[in-house]
Design a protein around this ligand. Structure first.
Ligand SMILES: Cc1cc2nc3c(=O)[nH]c(=O)nc-3n(C[C@H](O)[C@H](O)[C@H](O)COP(=O)(O)OP(=O)(O)OC[C@H]3O[C@@H](n4cnc5c(N)ncnc54)[C@H](O)[C@@H]3O)c2cc1C
Length: 464
């Protein structure tokens, strides 16, 4: 297949790479294995007709903060915010709420208000230039002195394990909130950087919000495909590339993870060995529901948040993630739940998803454990269920080969792989094969619907 540039895979990174190359005047061919474009941005009627569910990403904080998306100004994509960004219900007291306003959020944390302002507030003060620095760890960097000043203050805190950072917090509320945020990393919360993941995500809630795409994340994927086509690019779905030899283009950008690259091409031995050492993270067990009404939260404030962290106190969540990291299944898992209808009533009813972390490739059925955690804070939840859809690691990987063993992060988010993603290099998007680049979430800055890997890979490709 001949073109100036072929992009393999249409997740947010592949789509951004394709559009960036097409905008630079290259004739682009985008090939996608699945029947629908979008990868982690796809939506589908998983339960009942007319009920739109996101297969992957729903919360678009990363997209809003991303320089890659900000530059695109896509038509027809509307971000919808829930009244509260994030809620974390607790058993014996009101839920902890994260508002757009950092001071209002801090005020809800009592004696820990100062700690919230000194940590998350510092990120907010440094603003988007600091977030850009985090999203472009290897440059090019913004020339904003406050970003570097912010990084000097925020960096050392961010490097800490969440369990270490939590020693500075006194309240059950702030500690639980930190655990719920940090657990997005899918790491044992005793690992370095886990505080940083949590504080950064919390900072994004204040800086840009945690919105959803009105109508479902597929709308964003479709807008990117439409943009590519309007620039003369071709997009073909239902075409799985099995060997790079099938492709005939001076530029090839691959939205795949290291394991797939190893199967796609014969690579020099040194690079091959480095990719073989790349580590995947744990998996997720995801459930989608169609409900006959909103989740009956015991604390009604939780209904206003599109994202809800379940799992109780800091100690419980630390234990749940430590169990998962040790290869076991927590009977009371940390559950990340998204109720998009809190922000967007246009998805055909009350659709809901939630997942918990499980050991890589696990075949365990976590449905009961997840629903029990929801019932704990929303008694009567099960009575609202019209239909449910369950995807364990195997089903997730069957729908998207990038989700190796159910790992939705494209590889472990450890300190080592923060620096070596997938290899240690000033330009890790480049492979040793001439004109061939990697752009998936297995490259910096890692997981999330930000498109930054695609943007960096395309910019590098255009320079060579
Ligand atoms: C359940 C779930 C919930 C999530 N929630 C959020 C969230 O709320 N917010 C957020 O920011 N992120 C979230 N994420 C993470 C986010 O979706 C990913 O980080 C992001 O999609 C990664 O983008 P990507 O372009 O690297 O790869 P992907 O989106 O995984 O896309 C890769 C694409 O490449 C295609 N492909 C692979 N190999 C081939 C081949 N050989 N030939 C052709 N095509 C191929 C695949 O079919 C797939 O479409 C979630 C992910 C999941 C699974």
């Amino acid at each position: 297949m001949r073109a100036d540039a072929v992009v393999v895979g249409s997740g947010p990174n592949g789509l951004v790479a394709a559009v960036t190359l097409a905008r630079a005047g290259r004739e682009v061919l985008l090939l996608e294995a699945a029947e629908r474009f979008g990868g982690g941005l796809r939506s589908a009627e998983l339960t009942l007709p007319g009920h739109v569910h996101d297969l992957g990403a729903t919360v678009m904080a990363m997209a809003l903060a991303s320089p890659a998306f900000r530059g695109l100004e896509l038509k027809g994509v509307e971000f919808a915010h829930s009244p509260v960004a994030v809620a974390h219900p607790l058993d014996d007291r009101p839920a902890v709420l994260v508002h757009r306003d950092v001071r209002r959020t801090a005020a809800g944390l009592g004696p820990d208000a100062g700690a919230w302002l000194a940590s998350v507030g510092a990120l907010v003060k440094a603003g988007l230039p600091l977030v850009e620095l985090l999203l472009k760890p290897l440059g090019p960097w913004p020339v904003a002195p406050r970003a570097f000043a912010g990084a000097a203050w925020f960096g050392p805190m961010a490097a800490l394990p969440a369990t270490t950072f939590a020693k500075a917090l006194r309240t059950v509320e702030a500690r639980a909130l930190l655990a719920g945020m940090s657990a997005h990393s899918m790491l044992d919360l005793r690992s370095p950087l886990t505080a940083g993941y949590g504080l950064t995500l919390a900072g994004l809630a204040h800086l840009v919000g945690w919105p959803v795409v009105r109508g479902g994340s597929q709308v964003l994927a479709d807008a990117l495909v439409a943009e590519l086509r309007s620039l003369g690019g071709q997009a073909v779905a239902g075409h799985r590339v099995r060997r790079l030899a099938e492709l005939d283009a001076p530029i090839v950008v691959l939205d795949v993870t290291p394991r797939q690259l190893l199967a796609l091409a014969d690579l020099p031995a040194g690079y091959r060995r480095r990719l073989e050492r790349y580590r995947y993270g744990p998996g997720v067990f995801k459930m989608d529901w169609a409900l006959d009404g909103p989740v009956p939260w015991r604390d009604p404030a939780v209904a206003g948040a599109a994202t809800v962290h379940l799992g109780g106190t800091f100690e419980e969540i630390v234990l749940s993630e430590a169990e998962m990291a040790a290869g076991r299944h927590s009977p009371r898992p940390y559950v990340l739940l998204v109720q998009p209808y809190a922000a967007d009533p246009t998805r055909g009813g009350h659709t809901l998803w939630a997942y918990c972390h499980v050991p890589k490739g696990s075949a365990a059925d976590m449905s009961d454990a997840i629903e029990t955690q929801i019932e704990r804070y929303a008694p009567g939840f099960r009575d609202r269920v019209l239909a449910r859809h369950v995807s364990g690691p195997a089903e997730l990987e069957a729908g998207n080969p990038n989700l190796v063993g159910g790992d939705i992060g494209g590889g472990l988010a450890s300190l080592g792989q923060f620096l070596r993603r997938p290899v240690w290099s000033p330009a890790p998007w480049r492979t040793p094969l001439p004109g061939v680049f990697l752009c998936s979430s297995s490259t910096p800055p890692g997981p999330g619907a930000h498109g930054m890997g695609g943007w960096q890979a395309a910019r590098l490709a255009l320079r060579t």
